[in-house]
Design a protein around this ligand. Structure first.
Ligand code: FES
Length: 97
């Protein structure tokens, strides 16, 4: 796999792996057809897109941390999918946190 590409895998295997260029906003490439993730605001406010992420991505900024503290009770793998910039391969789990 080229270093400029990232594999986006879903623990829900009904959805195929997606391959995207690095340094892109993940949510710009996800839809209800290609992923199990639901989005609301897509601006990091509503918390609809909370997921569990395994992989080496940048940590959440302060605004994302505030939302995650409320909706995910400090789970270190919890992230808002709409705030993820791709820097490496990741696996996403949308099950309950
Ligand atoms: S869609 Fe609202 S926080 Fe991600």
């Amino acid at each position: 796999m080229s270093k400029s590409l990232c594999n986006i895998r879903f623990s829900n295997r009904k959805f195929s792996t997606i391959i995207l260029e690095k340094n892109q906003l993940l949510s710009e490439h996800l839809t209800v057809q290609n992923s199990p993730i639901l989005f609301g605001c897509r601006t990091g406010i509503c918390g609809t897109c909370v997921v569990r992420v395994r992989g080496n991505i940048a940590p959440p900024n302060d605004e994302e941390k505030e939302v995650l503290a409320v909706i995910a009770d400090g789970n270190p793998e919890a992230r808002l999918a709409c705030q993820i910039y791709l820097t490496s391969d990741i696996e996403i789990d949308v099950c309950e946190l």
